[in-house]
Design a protein around this ligand. Structure first.
Ligand code: FAD
Length: 140
């Protein structure tokens, strides 16, 4: 979970660095604020999930209850939990977008949408990439 989040963080930050207008403190603060707004809530959620999952290996009464609940969870509830995890699928804005064929709709990725819009103003190459958007970006 930590490694996957590190990669997602890197994607979001790279998307913003790619369209950094200047190296002024104002612009650097702007991209880091955007990055934090996108990634912090998701990192916090992942932290909570990781903490909850750690209960499964606890050799305590709480651990035993957590293991029992996990083993006997109804399939529909399990699907909801998995769908939430699978919905976070960030993409790199300055590379050809990966066609999204997943059955779970990805959550909106502000760094993808906003940086592609910004790149459209400064680079014709990126604009071309942007117009060949995949279902992910079209959906957003
Ligand atoms: C013991 C342990 C076990 C783990 N097991 C797992 C696991 O099984 N599965 C999993 O998914 N995750 C696991 N994780 C978590 C995972 O390793 C981290 O979440 C992930 O590596 C974070 O990646 P990152 O790139 O954000 O940060 P890091 O990997 O910490 O990379 C940051 C880098 O920046 C460098 N750096 C820091 N400050 C500066 C500076 N001022 N100037 C220059 N360089 C700097 C550091 O030296 C470091 O190389 C584990 C972590 C630990 C500690």
């Amino acid at each position: 979970m930590g490694a996957v989040n590190a990669m997602h963080d890197a994607i979001a930050l790279a998307n913003w660095i790619n369209v950094l207008p200047s190296i002024s403190t104002k612009d650097i603060n702007m991209i880091f604020s955007e990055y934090k707004a996108e990634r912090y809530p998701l990192a916090k959620k992942a932290f909570g999930t990781s903490r909850m999952l750690s209960k499964l290996i606890e050799k305590t009464m709480v651990g035993a209850i957590a293991r029992f609940a996990s083993r006997n969870m109804p399939v529909w509830l399990h699907r909801i939990a998995i769908a939430k995890m699978a919905a976070n699928r960030p993409q790199v804005s300055f590379l050809p977008l990966v066609e999204d064929t997943g059955s779970v709709k990805p959550i909106p990725q502000p760094s993808l949408i906003k940086s592609r819009k910004l790149a459209g103003n400064v680079s014709s190459t990126t604009t071309t990439t942007a117009t060949t958007a995949t279902s992910t970006a079209k959906a957003d």
